[in-house]
Design a protein around this ligand. Structure first.
Ligand SMILES: Nc1ncnc2c1ncn2[C@@H]1O[C@H](COP(=O)(O)OP(=O)(O)O)[C@@H](O)[C@H]1O
Ligand SMILES: [Mg+2]
Length: 156
């Protein structure tokens, strides 16, 4: 497979930042399939146990290996979405990092009934720009996106 045929796009960011929404829009405009990494993990049972915050713990190496195999012979563009992208060693061509104001993420995650620890963890993650920081040395294009530029839901 030649490099120009393979076009693997990553969309990452803190939960609630707007990754899935952005990925759907991107998919419509470029005609690429979207796969949520979380769904790959669920379908393949790449979770080991439930931690103290009632969150499933991911078997990252297994997931990484699976996605590598899955994307090895791509002959059309594919968009993979997940906050876990910085933890994976997948060779993306471009990664979009979706950013969002902290108060907006907080409101979005409260609607998802995240507990206090998970809220704190994710707000800190966004505040420290965790995703960008952890992918900055990758040999691919990195594009930062502001998810609620028009602030439509910032004050809801
Ligand atoms: N650009 C945007 N403008 C307004 N609301 C948005 C925008 N992007 C996402 N949202 C809203 O924020 C919430 C979380 O978005 P989602 O795409 O599910 O985030 P993620 O996939 O990062 O967890 C959804 O209710 C979605 O409708
Ligand atoms: Mg999502």
């Amino acid at each position: 497979m030649t490099k120009d045929k393979r076009y693997l796009i990553g969309v990452t960011g803190t939960p609630g930042s707007g990754k899935s929404t952005f990925a759907k829009k991107l998919s419509k405009s470029i005609g690429a399939k979207v796969i949520e990494i979380n769904n790959i993990a669920i379908e393949n049972k790449f979770f080991s146990k439930i931690d103290k915050d009632n969150t499933h713990v991911l078997k990252i190496k297994l997931l990484d290996r699976y996605i590598k195999k899955m994307t090895n012979n791509l002959n059309e563009p594919l968009i993979l979405v997940g906050h876990i992208i910085p933890e994976l060693t997948i060779d993306f061509d471009v990664i979009f990092v979706v950013r969002c104001p902290l108060n907006t993420i907080l409101k979005r995650l409260q609607k998802r009934n995240y507990n206090k620890n998970k809220l704190r963890e994710n707000i800190l993650s966004e505040a420290f720009d965790y995703c960008n920081y952890n992918i900055k040395k990758r040999n691919c294009d990195i594009i930062e996106i502001e998810s609620d530029k028009d602030k439509r839901d910032a004050n809801k």
